[in-house]
Every structure is written in structure tokens, then in C-alpha cells.
Design a protein around this ligand. Sequence first.
Ligand code: ADP
Ligand code: MG
Length: 309
Amino acid sequence: MALGGNAMTSPDGRARVSDQQQAITGACVHIADLVGRGHDVVITHGNGPQVGNLLLKNELAAAEVPPVPLDWCGASTQATIGITVMDALDVALARLGIDKPTATLVSRTLVDADDPGFARPTKPIGRHLSRDDAQVLIDHGQHFVEVPGKGWRRVVASPEPVECLDAPAADTLLGAGYVVVCSGGGGIPTVRRSDGSLAGVEAVIDKDLTASLVARHINADVLVIATDVDHAVTDYGTDHEQPIGEVTAAEMRRIAEQQHFAAGSMGPKIEAVTRFAEHGGTGVITSLGNISDAVGGRAGTRVVPAPRT
Ligand code: ADP
Ligand code: MG
């Protein structure tokens, strides 16, 4: 299961400690319910607002303390979100009388060092800065672009996730009965050097695409992308929106070609569930409150493999 922003921040997107604890506590009630129904669950999550907070600290302190790289920000937020989920889930499971341990893996995602994103970074992150403030960070090696009328904004690579390097550990914990949190924020972006060693890199990875990979690595039956809408819809934002129910992967590819899904939000979720269905699983997009029904086949936008002929 992939948890989106609304499971980890307040409804207005704020990410104070209390906002995160409250939202995660709410999400964990639904996850515990799923566990109570006998499902083995692996959780992954986004980290955009949390990394945003760390970048702001980097920026405000850049003249005093060297900024920490994005792979470190990813590791930090995996840990803090992970323990928050574990504490909340432990309580929610205990309330249901379920005796199941929880664990969080600090986990890396392999990306291709030749991914086009590294040569031409395009993913904007952090705040808009003045030219002078941006210069301090440019001197630390960061890339910035000028956004007319708004200032300077950092851009980074957003490479395709290739492999979840720590998925075998997640699988082992799952087999030992744990509810596992892994690959948060899409996983710590990592490249393999020519000598075979691994190195973290400055990039951000889409959490929904990574969720799809994790689900494949652990042979999940269902990938649930829990977000703030019950369904994906066609003609989003118009007065003739239509919810999408159960479709095959091929049907979803045809719908996606008609540009119904926004690039930075619903687009990667659709891509993630469709890829998962193309590998034989069922991918569902729905809201947190619907996850049990979605796994049971009764809610959400559901992408299923092509029927066998
Ligand atoms: P998360 O934080 O859960 O990853 P996002 O905000 O990135 O969620 O994506 C969910 C949002 O996608 C919805 O709240 C909605 O505003 C937007 N969206 C864009 N296109 C569609 C669509 N075709 N159907 C439904 N929602 C859409
Ligand atoms: Mg969001």
C-alpha cells in the first residue's frame, strides 16, 4: 500500500509534527483494519512536504552548515515517518487485539546513472528564492532555474526507479509476520558505480512508481494507492467527470492516452497501477477510508490484468 500526502499531513498540506502524527494515526486505523482481515501488508509512503521542510532548513542554514544531500533527506524522512507509522499502527493493532510486530526499513532504490533526468534536471523542489539566496546553494553545487515573476527554484532529476535494492529484506520481515514500512519517498535514490559499489544521488523518485516495483518484488496480490479521492475520473475538473471503476490494463492505457490524468498527481498513480496489472497483479486507486473495500474488490479505480483467453 502506498500512502499519499493526505495520510501524512494536515488537510491544508502543513507538516508540523502534530499534523503528521494526527494524519498518520488516522491512516493507521484503516491499515490495522486491513491487517485484522488477514492481509499481509507492506506500506510505502510519500515524503514531499517533509523533505520540503528539510530543504528549507538547508536553505536557511546554508551559510553556517553545509546543506545535506537529497538522499540523506530521503533517509531521514523514511526514519521519522517510519517510526510515526509504527507507533500509531502498534496502538491501532492492539485496540483490535492483534498481536503483530511492525518494522521500518531504511531502503534504497536503484536508478540508472544515465537516466536523462541527470543531464537535464526538471523536477522543481523547495521554495522560490532570490538570486542572492539561490547563489549560496548554487555555490554548494545545486541547480536552479529562474521562474519568471517568482524567483529562482531548485530543479533536480526525477529518474525512473529500476530496482528496490532492499526489497528482499522487506520480504523476509513480511515472511516473519511483520507489517513492514519500506521505500518511503520512492526510496533513497541510488546509483551503481562502475566498480559495483552503491552511492546515493541528488534526485527524487516518484513514490507511486516505486510502490509498483515494491509490490512486484514482494509478489503482492494487490497494490493499493491510497490518496484523497475515491476514484480516478475521466474529464477531471469538468462537469462531466466520470469515475473509473474496474478496467483492464490495456483499457487503462487507452484512457490514459486521452490525457485525463494530471502529470504531477494522478498520472504517476495510473502508471503505477497499470504497470502492476501488466505484471499480473491488481492495482487500485482509492481513498484511505475505502482500502478494505478496495482490496475486497468493492471500491476504487481497479486495474486488472487482461483476462486470460
Ligand atoms: P497524493 O498526495 O496522495 O500522492 P496527489 O495530490 O499527488 O496525491 O494526487 C491526487 C490528486 O490528483 C487528487 O486530489 C486530484 O486533485 C488530482 N487529479 C488529477 N487528475 C485526476 C483525475 N483524472 N481523477 C482524479 N483525481 C485527479
Ligand atoms: Mg497530494
